[in-house]
Ligand binder design. Structure first.
Ligand code: UD1
Ligand code: MG
Length: 430
Protein backbone atom coordinates (compact mmCIF):
# COMPACT_ATOMS: atom_id res chain seq x y z
CA UNK A 1 0.00 0.00 0.00
CA UNK A 2 1.20 3.46 -0.90
CA UNK A 3 2.46 5.57 2.00
CA UNK A 4 2.93 9.29 1.36
CA UNK A 5 4.37 11.77 3.80
CA UNK A 6 3.30 15.39 3.98
CA UNK A 7 5.79 17.74 5.58
CA UNK A 8 4.38 20.99 6.88
CA UNK A 9 6.89 23.80 6.63
CA UNK A 10 4.89 26.87 5.64
CA UNK A 11 4.64 28.57 9.01
CA UNK A 12 6.37 31.85 9.84
CA UNK A 13 8.25 30.39 12.77
CA UNK A 14 7.80 33.80 14.41
CA UNK A 15 9.08 32.61 17.76
CA UNK A 16 12.51 31.86 16.26
CA UNK A 17 12.92 35.60 15.52
CA UNK A 18 15.13 34.78 12.53
CA UNK A 19 15.68 35.69 8.87
CA UNK A 20 16.35 32.02 8.17
CA UNK A 21 13.29 29.77 7.65
CA UNK A 22 12.80 27.61 10.75
CA UNK A 23 13.30 24.25 8.95
CA UNK A 24 16.75 25.42 7.84
CA UNK A 25 18.05 25.95 11.36
CA UNK A 26 20.56 23.30 12.26
CA UNK A 27 21.12 20.74 14.99
CA UNK A 28 24.57 19.13 15.04
CA UNK A 29 25.17 20.81 11.68
CA UNK A 30 22.16 19.22 9.96
CA UNK A 31 18.99 21.18 9.18
CA UNK A 32 15.75 20.37 10.98
CA UNK A 33 14.29 19.51 7.58
CA UNK A 34 17.11 17.05 6.82
CA UNK A 35 16.71 15.33 10.20
CA UNK A 36 13.03 14.78 9.47
CA UNK A 37 13.63 13.70 5.87
CA UNK A 38 16.23 11.14 6.98
CA UNK A 39 13.79 9.67 9.46
CA UNK A 40 11.03 9.46 6.82
CA UNK A 41 13.46 7.94 4.32
CA UNK A 42 13.95 5.00 6.69
CA UNK A 43 10.26 4.23 6.10
CA UNK A 44 10.78 4.19 2.36
CA UNK A 45 7.71 6.35 1.76
CA UNK A 46 6.59 6.46 -1.88
CA UNK A 47 6.53 10.23 -1.92
CA UNK A 48 7.44 13.20 0.26
CA UNK A 49 5.15 16.14 -0.31
CA UNK A 50 5.97 19.55 1.15
CA UNK A 51 3.73 22.43 2.17
CA UNK A 52 5.73 25.63 1.87
CA UNK A 53 4.81 29.26 2.36
CA UNK A 54 6.91 31.62 4.40
CA UNK A 55 10.25 32.14 2.60
CA UNK A 56 9.37 29.31 0.24
CA UNK A 57 12.09 30.31 -2.30
CA UNK A 58 14.84 29.40 0.16
CA UNK A 59 13.20 26.10 1.06
CA UNK A 60 12.48 25.11 -2.56
CA UNK A 61 16.20 25.32 -3.24
CA UNK A 62 17.07 23.13 -0.29
CA UNK A 63 14.43 20.38 -0.79
CA UNK A 64 15.35 19.81 -4.43
CA UNK A 65 11.93 18.51 -5.58
CA UNK A 66 8.83 19.91 -7.24
CA UNK A 67 6.55 17.88 -4.98
CA UNK A 68 5.31 20.85 -3.01
CA UNK A 69 2.30 23.12 -2.64
CA UNK A 70 2.43 26.74 -1.61
CA UNK A 71 0.24 27.81 1.28
CA UNK A 72 -0.39 31.53 1.11
CA UNK A 73 -1.66 32.89 3.48
CA UNK A 74 -0.86 30.40 6.24
CA UNK A 75 -4.16 29.66 7.91
CA UNK A 76 -3.10 26.81 10.15
CA UNK A 77 -1.99 23.19 10.01
CA UNK A 78 -5.44 21.93 8.94
CA UNK A 79 -5.56 24.42 6.06
CA UNK A 80 -2.01 23.39 5.07
CA UNK A 81 -2.87 19.68 4.81
CA UNK A 82 -6.10 20.42 2.93
CA UNK A 83 -4.10 22.08 0.15
CA UNK A 84 -2.38 18.79 -0.67
CA UNK A 85 -5.61 17.01 -1.64
CA UNK A 86 -5.08 17.26 -5.42
CA UNK A 87 -1.48 16.10 -5.19
CA UNK A 88 -2.47 12.72 -3.78
CA UNK A 89 -3.87 10.59 -6.57
CA UNK A 90 -4.91 7.50 -4.63
CA UNK A 91 -7.11 8.44 -1.73
CA UNK A 92 -6.73 4.96 -0.26
CA UNK A 93 -3.07 5.79 0.41
CA UNK A 94 -1.92 6.19 3.99
CA UNK A 95 -0.59 9.64 4.67
CA UNK A 96 1.87 10.56 7.37
CA UNK A 97 1.71 14.19 8.36
CA UNK A 98 4.93 15.49 9.90
CA UNK A 99 5.97 18.96 11.05
CA UNK A 100 9.32 20.33 9.93
CA UNK A 101 9.83 21.64 13.46
CA UNK A 102 9.54 18.15 15.01
CA UNK A 103 12.56 16.55 13.37
CA UNK A 104 13.67 13.54 15.43
CA UNK A 105 10.63 11.31 14.99
CA UNK A 106 11.70 7.67 15.30
CA UNK A 107 10.68 5.79 12.17
CA UNK A 108 9.75 2.62 14.09
CA UNK A 109 7.03 4.61 15.90
CA UNK A 110 5.63 5.77 12.56
CA UNK A 111 5.59 2.13 11.44
CA UNK A 112 3.44 1.35 14.50
CA UNK A 113 1.08 4.16 13.51
CA UNK A 114 0.82 2.75 9.98
CA UNK A 115 -0.07 -0.66 11.35
CA UNK A 116 -2.78 0.89 13.54
CA UNK A 117 -4.34 2.37 10.39
CA UNK A 118 -4.15 -1.00 8.66
CA UNK A 119 -5.87 -2.53 11.70
CA UNK A 120 -9.02 -0.47 11.85
CA UNK A 121 -8.11 2.91 13.31
CA UNK A 122 -9.14 5.91 11.21
CA UNK A 123 -6.41 8.12 12.62
CA UNK A 124 -3.27 7.46 14.62
CA UNK A 125 -1.38 10.11 16.56
CA UNK A 126 2.03 10.11 18.15
CA UNK A 127 2.05 11.47 21.70
CA UNK A 128 4.49 12.00 24.53
CA UNK A 129 4.50 12.94 28.18
CA UNK A 130 6.00 16.42 28.42
CA UNK A 131 7.98 17.70 31.37
CA UNK A 132 6.55 21.14 30.58
CA UNK A 133 3.45 20.77 28.39
CA UNK A 134 2.91 24.51 27.89
CA UNK A 135 2.46 25.34 24.21
CA UNK A 136 1.71 21.79 23.05
CA UNK A 137 -1.71 20.45 22.08
CA UNK A 138 -2.97 18.26 24.97
CA UNK A 139 -4.26 14.77 24.21
CA UNK A 140 -7.53 14.27 26.09
CA UNK A 141 -8.61 10.71 26.85
CA UNK A 142 -11.79 9.16 28.17
CA UNK A 143 -10.75 5.92 29.82
CA UNK A 144 -8.30 4.45 27.35
CA UNK A 145 -9.67 6.19 24.30
CA UNK A 146 -8.36 9.43 22.81
CA UNK A 147 -11.29 11.80 22.36
CA UNK A 148 -9.76 15.13 21.35
CA UNK A 149 -6.71 17.37 21.20
CA UNK A 150 -6.99 20.77 22.83
CA UNK A 151 -4.63 23.52 21.68
CA UNK A 152 -3.04 25.99 24.09
CA UNK A 153 -5.24 28.88 22.82
CA UNK A 154 -8.42 27.02 23.78
CA UNK A 155 -7.25 25.43 26.98
CA UNK A 156 -9.10 25.53 30.33
CA UNK A 157 -7.58 25.08 33.81
CA UNK A 158 -8.45 21.38 33.98
CA UNK A 159 -6.95 20.52 30.55
CA UNK A 160 -3.84 22.57 31.35
CA UNK A 161 -2.93 19.91 33.91
CA UNK A 162 -2.73 17.19 31.23
CA UNK A 163 0.86 16.42 30.35
CA UNK A 164 0.14 13.94 27.53
CA UNK A 165 0.93 16.02 24.46
CA UNK A 166 0.52 15.82 20.71
CA UNK A 167 3.76 15.59 18.73
CA UNK A 168 2.03 16.68 15.54
CA UNK A 169 2.79 13.42 13.71
CA UNK A 170 -0.47 12.00 12.45
CA UNK A 171 -1.34 9.09 10.19
CA UNK A 172 -4.52 8.08 8.39
CA UNK A 173 -5.97 7.16 5.04
CA UNK A 174 -6.06 10.17 2.70
CA UNK A 175 -9.83 9.85 2.13
CA UNK A 176 -10.59 9.96 5.88
CA UNK A 177 -8.25 12.83 6.65
CA UNK A 178 -9.51 15.09 3.85
CA UNK A 179 -13.07 14.18 4.73
CA UNK A 180 -12.61 15.28 8.36
CA UNK A 181 -10.63 18.35 7.33
CA UNK A 182 -13.60 19.61 5.27
CA UNK A 183 -15.56 19.81 8.51
CA UNK A 184 -12.93 21.68 10.56
CA UNK A 185 -14.08 25.14 11.63
CA UNK A 186 -11.92 28.20 12.17
CA UNK A 187 -10.50 28.24 15.67
CA UNK A 188 -10.58 31.16 18.09
CA UNK A 189 -7.27 32.49 16.68
CA UNK A 190 -8.44 32.38 13.07
CA UNK A 191 -6.53 29.19 12.11
CA UNK A 192 -7.78 25.80 10.94
CA UNK A 193 -6.24 23.28 13.30
CA UNK A 194 -5.34 19.85 11.94
CA UNK A 195 -5.77 18.57 15.47
CA UNK A 196 -9.51 19.33 15.37
CA UNK A 197 -10.01 16.25 13.17
CA UNK A 198 -9.53 14.04 16.24
CA UNK A 199 -12.84 14.97 17.87
CA UNK A 200 -14.57 14.84 14.45
CA UNK A 201 -13.28 11.31 13.96
CA UNK A 202 -14.52 10.27 17.42
CA UNK A 203 -17.90 11.90 16.78
CA UNK A 204 -18.13 9.76 13.65
CA UNK A 205 -17.83 6.66 15.83
CA UNK A 206 -14.32 5.89 14.59
CA UNK A 207 -11.27 5.08 16.64
CA UNK A 208 -8.14 7.17 17.17
CA UNK A 209 -4.95 5.24 17.88
CA UNK A 210 -2.21 6.56 20.12
CA UNK A 211 1.45 5.62 19.85
CA UNK A 212 3.90 7.14 22.31
CA UNK A 213 7.57 7.94 22.38
CA UNK A 214 9.86 9.65 24.92
CA UNK A 215 9.76 13.44 24.96
CA UNK A 216 13.27 13.79 23.60
CA UNK A 217 12.22 12.12 20.33
CA UNK A 218 9.38 14.51 19.82
CA UNK A 219 10.52 17.89 21.01
CA UNK A 220 8.92 20.64 18.91
CA UNK A 221 11.27 23.47 18.00
CA UNK A 222 9.54 26.81 18.19
CA UNK A 223 12.17 29.15 19.61
CA UNK A 224 15.91 29.38 20.26
CA UNK A 225 15.54 27.80 23.67
CA UNK A 226 13.91 24.72 22.11
CA UNK A 227 16.71 24.70 19.53
CA UNK A 228 19.34 24.59 22.26
CA UNK A 229 17.45 21.87 24.15
CA UNK A 230 17.31 19.78 20.97
CA UNK A 231 21.03 20.34 20.36
CA UNK A 232 21.74 19.03 23.84
CA UNK A 233 19.64 15.92 23.22
CA UNK A 234 21.28 15.18 19.88
CA UNK A 235 24.82 15.90 21.08
CA UNK A 236 24.27 13.46 23.88
CA UNK A 237 23.03 10.81 21.43
CA UNK A 238 25.96 11.36 19.08
CA UNK A 239 28.51 11.09 21.89
CA UNK A 240 26.94 7.89 23.19
CA UNK A 241 26.89 6.48 19.66
CA UNK A 242 30.60 7.29 19.16
CA UNK A 243 31.50 5.84 22.56
CA UNK A 244 29.61 2.65 21.65
CA UNK A 245 31.72 2.56 18.48
CA UNK A 246 34.89 2.57 20.58
CA UNK A 247 35.79 6.26 20.94
CA UNK A 248 37.10 7.39 24.36
CA UNK A 249 35.91 10.77 25.59
CA UNK A 250 37.36 12.00 28.85
CA UNK A 251 34.60 14.54 29.39
CA UNK A 252 31.89 13.79 26.81
CA UNK A 253 29.69 16.74 27.79
CA UNK A 254 32.33 19.20 26.62
CA UNK A 255 32.84 17.63 23.19
CA UNK A 256 30.76 18.99 20.28
CA UNK A 257 30.31 16.67 17.31
CA UNK A 258 28.71 17.43 13.95
CA UNK A 259 26.32 14.72 12.79
CA UNK A 260 28.30 14.20 9.57
CA UNK A 261 31.63 13.42 11.23
CA UNK A 262 33.16 9.95 11.29
CA UNK A 263 35.40 8.78 14.11
CA UNK A 264 37.02 5.36 14.17
CA UNK A 265 37.49 3.16 17.23
CA UNK A 266 40.30 3.77 19.71
CA UNK A 267 40.36 7.48 19.03
CA UNK A 268 40.70 9.51 22.27
CA UNK A 269 39.10 12.91 22.60
CA UNK A 270 40.11 15.13 25.48
CA UNK A 271 37.77 17.72 27.05
CA UNK A 272 36.60 20.84 25.15
CA UNK A 273 37.01 19.76 21.56
CA UNK A 274 34.91 20.94 18.57
CA UNK A 275 34.48 18.46 15.74
CA UNK A 276 32.69 20.25 12.91
CA UNK A 277 31.21 19.10 9.60
CA UNK A 278 32.84 16.38 7.48
CA UNK A 279 35.64 15.49 9.83
CA UNK A 280 37.07 11.99 9.59
CA UNK A 281 39.41 10.75 12.31
CA UNK A 282 41.08 7.39 12.03
CA UNK A 283 41.96 4.87 14.71
CA UNK A 284 44.42 5.48 17.62
CA UNK A 285 44.57 9.22 17.10
CA UNK A 286 44.29 11.56 20.06
CA UNK A 287 42.59 14.95 19.82
CA UNK A 288 43.79 17.05 22.73
CA UNK A 289 41.85 19.74 24.55
CA UNK A 290 40.62 22.97 22.92
CA UNK A 291 41.16 21.80 19.37
CA UNK A 292 38.80 22.94 16.60
CA UNK A 293 38.44 20.70 13.54
CA UNK A 294 36.37 21.25 10.40
CA UNK A 295 36.07 19.43 7.06
CA UNK A 296 39.34 17.51 7.37
CA UNK A 297 40.81 14.01 7.33
CA UNK A 298 43.09 12.90 10.16
CA UNK A 299 44.84 9.57 9.72
CA UNK A 300 45.84 6.85 12.19
CA UNK A 301 47.96 7.36 15.25
CA UNK A 302 48.20 11.16 15.10
CA UNK A 303 48.32 13.61 17.97
CA UNK A 304 46.43 16.86 17.43
CA UNK A 305 46.52 19.79 19.86
CA UNK A 306 46.04 20.98 22.50
CA UNK A 307 44.76 24.23 20.96
CA UNK A 308 45.10 23.11 17.33
CA UNK A 309 42.92 24.50 14.56
CA UNK A 310 42.49 22.24 11.56
CA UNK A 311 40.58 24.05 8.84
CA UNK A 312 38.74 22.80 5.73
CA UNK A 313 40.35 20.71 3.00
CA UNK A 314 43.17 19.52 5.21
CA UNK A 315 44.50 15.98 4.99
CA UNK A 316 46.76 14.72 7.74
CA UNK A 317 48.08 11.22 7.18
CA UNK A 318 49.59 8.70 9.68
CA UNK A 319 51.73 9.34 12.80
CA UNK A 320 51.62 13.09 12.39
CA UNK A 321 51.98 15.48 15.33
CA UNK A 322 50.22 18.83 15.28
CA UNK A 323 50.96 20.73 18.47
CA UNK A 324 49.63 23.73 20.32
CA UNK A 325 48.61 26.97 18.62
CA UNK A 326 49.03 25.52 15.15
CA UNK A 327 46.61 26.42 12.35
CA UNK A 328 46.42 24.30 9.22
CA UNK A 329 44.33 25.17 6.16
CA UNK A 330 43.86 23.41 2.80
CA UNK A 331 47.08 21.43 3.23
CA UNK A 332 48.33 17.89 3.10
CA UNK A 333 50.74 16.56 5.70
CA UNK A 334 52.25 13.20 4.98
CA UNK A 335 53.28 10.40 7.39
CA UNK A 336 55.55 11.00 10.39
CA UNK A 337 55.82 14.78 10.00
CA UNK A 338 55.63 17.21 12.92
CA UNK A 339 54.28 20.72 13.22
CA UNK A 340 54.58 21.16 16.92
CA UNK A 341 54.27 24.80 17.94
CA UNK A 342 52.80 28.19 17.03
CA UNK A 343 52.67 27.75 13.27
CA UNK A 344 50.46 28.61 10.27
CA UNK A 345 50.44 26.14 7.39
CA UNK A 346 48.16 27.13 4.49
CA UNK A 347 47.88 25.88 0.87
CA UNK A 348 50.84 23.63 1.57
CA UNK A 349 52.03 20.09 1.05
CA UNK A 350 54.49 18.65 3.56
CA UNK A 351 56.21 15.37 2.70
CA UNK A 352 57.06 12.51 5.05
CA UNK A 353 59.19 12.79 8.22
CA UNK A 354 59.64 16.55 8.01
CA UNK A 355 59.84 18.82 11.02
CA UNK A 356 58.44 22.32 11.02
CA UNK A 357 59.92 24.52 13.75
CA UNK A 358 58.09 26.78 16.15
CA UNK A 359 56.71 29.98 14.68
CA UNK A 360 56.95 28.94 11.03
CA UNK A 361 54.55 30.77 8.70
CA UNK A 362 53.72 29.81 5.14
CA UNK A 363 53.01 33.25 3.66
CA UNK A 364 50.35 32.08 1.20
CA UNK A 365 48.54 35.36 0.49
CA UNK A 366 49.95 38.36 -1.33
CA UNK A 367 46.89 40.50 -0.73
CA UNK A 368 45.25 39.39 -3.97
CA UNK A 369 45.96 35.73 -4.55
CA UNK A 370 46.77 32.57 -2.65
CA UNK A 371 50.00 30.71 -3.49
CA UNK A 372 51.28 27.22 -2.75
CA UNK A 373 54.15 25.97 -0.63
CA UNK A 374 55.71 22.56 -1.18
CA UNK A 375 57.89 21.10 1.53
CA UNK A 376 59.52 17.79 0.65
CA UNK A 377 60.45 14.68 2.65
CA UNK A 378 62.90 14.76 5.59
CA UNK A 379 63.01 18.56 5.60
CA UNK A 380 63.93 20.45 8.76
CA UNK A 381 62.58 23.98 9.06
CA UNK A 382 64.05 25.93 11.98
CA UNK A 383 62.08 28.23 14.26
CA UNK A 384 60.55 31.53 13.19
CA UNK A 385 60.83 30.96 9.45
CA UNK A 386 58.68 32.75 6.88
CA UNK A 387 58.22 30.82 3.61
CA UNK A 388 56.94 33.30 1.04
CA UNK A 389 54.82 31.32 -1.45
CA UNK A 390 54.97 30.19 -4.19
CA UNK A 391 57.98 28.26 -2.96
CA UNK A 392 59.46 24.74 -2.92
CA UNK A 393 61.65 23.44 -0.14
CA UNK A 394 62.97 20.19 -1.53
CA UNK A 395 63.83 16.82 0.09
CA UNK A 396 66.45 16.58 2.85
CA UNK A 397 67.02 20.32 3.04
CA UNK A 398 67.38 22.43 6.17
CA UNK A 399 66.20 25.99 6.68
CA UNK A 400 67.96 27.99 9.40
CA UNK A 401 65.97 29.67 12.15
CA UNK A 402 64.72 33.19 11.51
CA UNK A 403 64.98 32.97 7.69
CA UNK A 404 62.55 34.67 5.35
CA UNK A 405 62.75 32.65 2.12
CA UNK A 406 61.47 33.83 -1.24
CA UNK A 407 63.40 31.39 -3.46
CA UNK A 408 63.25 27.60 -3.78
CA UNK A 409 65.69 25.49 -1.78
CA UNK A 410 67.09 22.52 -3.73
CA UNK A 411 67.58 19.02 -2.32
CA UNK A 412 70.18 18.39 0.41
CA UNK A 413 70.97 22.11 0.90
CA UNK A 414 71.02 24.28 3.99
CA UNK A 415 69.42 27.67 3.47
CA UNK A 416 69.84 30.58 5.86
CA UNK A 417 68.63 34.11 5.31
CA UNK A 418 69.63 36.23 8.25
CA UNK A 419 71.57 39.45 8.81
CA UNK A 420 74.97 39.07 10.44
CA UNK A 421 74.99 39.24 14.18
CA UNK A 422 76.76 42.33 15.53
CA UNK A 423 78.22 42.57 19.04
CA UNK A 424 79.35 45.63 20.94
CA UNK A 425 80.98 46.09 24.29
CA UNK A 426 78.52 47.07 26.94
CA UNK A 427 79.02 50.49 28.49
CA UNK A 428 79.45 50.20 32.22
CA UNK A 429 77.06 52.11 34.48
CA UNK A 430 78.74 54.34 37.08
C1 UD1 B 1 1.51 22.13 16.72
C2 UD1 B 1 0.21 21.36 17.05
C3 UD1 B 1 0.22 20.95 18.52
C4 UD1 B 1 1.45 20.12 18.80
C5 UD1 B 1 2.73 20.86 18.38
C6 UD1 B 1 3.90 19.89 18.45
C7 UD1 B 1 -1.59 22.23 15.64
C8 UD1 B 1 -2.76 23.13 15.54
N1 UD1 B 1 -0.93 22.21 16.79
O1 UD1 B 1 1.55 23.33 17.48
O2 UD1 B 1 -0.94 20.17 18.80
O3 UD1 B 1 1.50 19.81 20.18
O4 UD1 B 1 2.64 21.30 17.02
O5 UD1 B 1 5.12 20.55 18.25
O6 UD1 B 1 -1.29 21.54 14.68
N2 UD1 B 1 2.51 25.16 9.51
C9 UD1 B 1 2.16 25.29 8.18
N3 UD1 B 1 1.13 26.13 7.88
C10 UD1 B 1 0.43 26.83 8.80
C11 UD1 B 1 0.83 26.69 10.17
C12 UD1 B 1 1.86 25.84 10.49
O7 UD1 B 1 2.74 24.67 7.30
O8 UD1 B 1 -0.49 27.57 8.43
C13 UD1 B 1 3.65 24.27 9.84
C14 UD1 B 1 4.80 24.99 10.53
O9 UD1 B 1 5.73 25.46 9.59
C15 UD1 B 1 5.38 23.91 11.45
C16 UD1 B 1 4.18 23.01 11.74
O10 UD1 B 1 3.20 23.29 10.75
O11 UD1 B 1 6.36 23.14 10.82
C17 UD1 B 1 3.59 23.25 13.14
O12 UD1 B 1 3.24 24.62 13.28
P1 UD1 B 1 3.51 25.43 14.62
O13 UD1 B 1 3.00 26.81 14.43
O14 UD1 B 1 4.88 25.25 15.06
O15 UD1 B 1 2.50 24.67 15.61
P2 UD1 B 1 2.64 24.52 17.18
O16 UD1 B 1 2.11 25.74 17.82
O17 UD1 B 1 3.98 24.08 17.54
MG1 MG C 1 5.72 23.99 16.48
Amino acid sequence: MEVVSIILAAGKGKRMNSDLPKPMHKIAGKSLMNWLEDSLDELKVSKKLYVLGHQSEKLIKSIGTTDYVIQEPQLGTGHAVNLTKDKIKNHESIIIIAYADTPFVPSDKIKKMISQIKNGYDISILGFVASNPKGYGRVVKKGNEVIKIVEEVDIDEETKKINLCNSGILAGRACDIYNYLNKVKKSSNGEYFLTDIISLCVKDGSKVGLVSSPEEDLIGINDREDLSKAELIIQNRLRIQHMKNGVTMLDPRSVYIDASSKIQKDVTIEPNVFIGANVEIQSKTIIKSFSYLEDCFIGRNCSIGPFARVRPETEILENVKIGNFVEIKKSKINDNSKVNHLTYIGDTTIGTSSNIGAGTITCNYDGEQKHKTNIGNHVFIGSNVALVAPINIKDNSIVGAGSTLTKDVEENLIAVERSKQKQFKRRKKN
